[in-house]
Design a protein around this ligand. Sequence first.
Ligand code: ACO
Length: 332
Amino acid sequence: MYTKISGTGSALPENRVTNLDFERLVDTTDEWITARTGISERRISSGENTSDFAARAAANALSSAGIGPLDVDLVIAATVSPDSFTPTVSCQVQKALGLAGATCFDLWAGCTGFIFALMTADSLIRSGAFSHALVIGAEVLSKLVDWTDRGTCVLFGDGAGAVVLSQSPNPGVLAHFTGSDGTRGSVLCIDGIPLANPWTADQAPSPPHSVIRMDGQEVFKFAVTAMQQSIRRVCELAGIDLDDVPYIIPHQANNRIIESVAGRMKIPRSRFYTNLDRRGNTSAASIPIALDEMNRAGVLKPQMPLVLVGFGGGLTWGASMIRWIPSSREGS
Ligand code: ACO
């Protein structure tokens, strides 16, 4: 038994925030942000939380797949910005969409979360335990951003993307390559709740809520290496020549990272699909949002191989090779 992506969906905030808006917020310029990152605008939530975007993206993916809520028996949401520790985003999506009977859990792997979630759902479906999974990447990073730090606040956006992963007689999901290095976790952090109970020595009051802290140059170097390794390895594992892959869908962090990978691997930049100029970095949501955009624009053709590749906090990295199989080809 194999799996395939049978539908895609995404959901974004209405609120467009441009680089000019940031000029009024912190000491920055449109020129600096565009030149250093490639980002011109991003969508920032003005009320909806992570599970709201996740549920809307999931509903759109179900409608794209042509299946109903009761067909879904597995929901995995990748996020670093859940509404709450519990209930999870996936359980909140279950409630919102009436996915009665589904097994739901969240997965944390930073910006690589969607790749890890896709790999997990792929394995669980191929084991025979599940038939249709909703695999979601959803973030409202705007609640974790330090809005006084010009080095990070200009980078991020909010939103969600989702796919339906279904059993298939033909191979749609071909291979995954993933890795982690916890020894380098400090270059990209969002702190959790400090340890404090009646038996701990430190009774200091809780600090203000956590924000994203990043050593941008270290993340840059890590990302360029990790993406190259992930792309190469997933091609080897899938037995597909990189030259035969028309599109690579990278985590949408920074245009200069993508240009650097393209240059070092001698891959034309045009084969890397990007939307970060309009979306910013939406962490675990960035790859499924981009995939949904490509699907709805009609860019994806039957049997087309695609590499999805990400990197993120943890540190984590990974890639998936998929072959695009539209649902109608199999009559399912
Ligand atoms: N506007 C104007 N100046 C700025 C801004 C800004 N928004 N941000 C930083 N600067 C300044 C700095 O203060 C510094 O000034 P100084 O020289 O007077 O001290 C100067 O610009 C250079 O700062 P650097 O941090 O060295 O800038 P760099 O060229 O490295 O660009 C950036 C910063 C864009 C973050 C870059 O390091 C990068 O792209 N890193 C990759 C990290 C990334 O994309 N992370 C995304 C999140 S992580 C993830 O998705 C997994």
